[in-house]
Design a protein around this ligand. Structure first.
Ligand SMILES: [Mg+2]
Length: 240
């Protein structure tokens, strides 16, 4: 898809609002509105900083590894750079786990190109912005709100919902299933949804067949299901 499709979504938002209905646009956060690569890279650099005395080859990797090398998980990224020491990789795994899901580290995330402008444009045309994320309450909510504000996304101004997972342990898919009921409770019209996980995008398509469903081709989990051919694909939100 190109910017023409994004503009069509904005027009559809306007059309729904003109009919005195509430247009709803749903946005996932991680790897949809935000790139998590800077968060992963910051954690990796910090890990290298702590361990390079013991493992000197890490320093050189630290200099060469960049944002474009960040995939689904940092230990695989480090393995691709030739690190095979499983004890070291295991240590990275827990080091990453302790940091990735926290208020402080989400502040590293950068907005995907055009994302903040596009969400603002939807909001300005009357849409209810429904941020739906697997980030959990009790550790990520403060950072998430700060990050939305700092990256220029609409918030604290009405017609912006932020729905986080009630607990870290809850399964992501089950949470998004529940969220569909909440989205319906506004009695509006879902115009579009944006997701990077094919399984979630397929689920939105089944729940709201008349809406446009966009799959971000950023990164997704390794065990992801096949995306429906009815999903539109994009890697940014550049629309104007
Ligand atoms: Mg996501």
């Amino acid at each position: 898809m190109g910017n023409k499709e994004l503009r069509k979504i904005l027009t559809a938002v306007e059309d729904v609002a003109k009919r005195d209905r509430l247009p709803v646009v749903v946005f996932d956060l991680d790897s949809t509105l935000f790139s998590t690569a800077p968060r992963n890279l910051a954690i990796l650099h910090e890990f290298i900083e702590r361990h390079h005395a013991e493992h000197p080859h890490l320093s050189d990797i630290g200099k060469r590894i960049g944002l474009e090398d960040m995939g689904w998980n940092v230990y695989q990224d480090l393995r691709r750079f030739g690190v095979e020491d499983t004890r070291l990789l295991d240590r990275l795994k827990s080091f990453w786990f302790e940091r990735f899901f926290t208020d402080a580290y989400v502040l590293h995330d950068e907005a995907v190109p055009g994302a903040a402008d596009f969400v603002l444009a939807c909001h300005a045309r009357g849409a209810l912005i429904y941020y739906l994320t697997g980030r959990h309450v009790g550790g990520m909510e403060i950072g998430t709100v700060r990050s939305l504000k700092e990256r220029g996304f609409p918030f604290w101004r009405g017609r912006c919902v932020l729905h986080l997972k009630p607990s870290f342990e809850m399964n992501d898919k089950a949470f998004k299933d529940d969220a569909i009921d909440d989205i319906r409770s506004y009695l509006g019209e879902v115009v579009a949804t944006f997701e990077n996980e094919p399984g979630n995008a397929n689920m939105f398509l089944r729940a709201f067949p008349d809406a446009t469903h966009v799959l971000l081709t950023t990164i997704h989990s390794p065990e992801a299901e096949a995306p429906s051919s009815r999903l539109l694909l994009t890697d940014d939100f550049v629309w104007s």
